[in-house]
Design a protein around this ligand. Sequence first.
Ligand code: HEC
Length: 188
Amino acid sequence: MKLLVIYFAVLLGCLGLATVGSKSFLATSCWCWSSNQGVVALKKQPPPSQEYVSFGSYGSEVDWNNPERVIPLGYEQAQGKRIFYEQCVWCHADSTPAGPSNRSNVTPTPPLMNDGTIFNAESDAALRKMIALGGRETGKSAMMPPYGKSLSTEDIGDLIAYMRVIAAPEYHKPASRKFKWKWGGKSS
Ligand code: HEC
C-alpha cells in the first residue's frame, strides 16, 4: 500500500514537472517536440520554386496555343523537347525558361517551332537538311545556324519528332511517302 502511494506521488510529480517544463526553459533543452515546432517548420520551408513549369514537365508538353491541353511525349519526342529548350527556344519560341526570347529581334522572324502551317508541308528529310546545314546552305537566312556538327543524326531526328507532335494544326504523316519507299520508288 505504502509503495503504491509513493508510486502515485512520483508519477504526479513527473506529470507536473512535464507540464511546467514544457512552458519553461526546460522546453528549450528538451530533446522532445518543442513548443515552437510549428514556427521552426514554417521557417524551414523551401523558397518558392524557380523551376520553369509553364510548358509542362518532362514527358509531356503543354500545347503552346492551349494551356488546357497536355501532350504526352514518347521517348524521342521528350529528348527532342530537351534539345529544343537547350538550343532552339531562343529563336523559335516567344518565351524561354530564362525569360523572353530573342525571337522578336531576329530578322527574318524565325517560325514558332509548333507552326504547323509552315512545318507540316515539309518532309522530315527537308527539315533534317535545314537543321543540319542551316539557312546559308539551304537558300534561307543565315540567321538559322547549322547544327550538323554539334547535334547527332539521332538528336536531329528527336527534334523533328518533337516538332511533329507539338504542331498546330496537327501534323499527319503523308501516306504516299510510305508507299513510295515500300516499292522502292525514288523520292523526288
Ligand atoms: C539564332 C536564331 C536561331 C536558332 C538558335 C535556331 N534557329 Fe531555326 N531558324 C532561324 C531563322 C531566322 C529561320 C528562318 C530562316 C528563313 O526563313 O530564311 C529559321 C528556320 C528554321 C527552320 C526552317 C523553317 C522553314 O521555313 O522551313 C527549321 C526547321 C529550323 N529553323 C529549326 C531549328 C532548330 C531545330 C533549331 C535548334 C536546334 C533552330 N532552328 C535554332 C533562327 C534560329
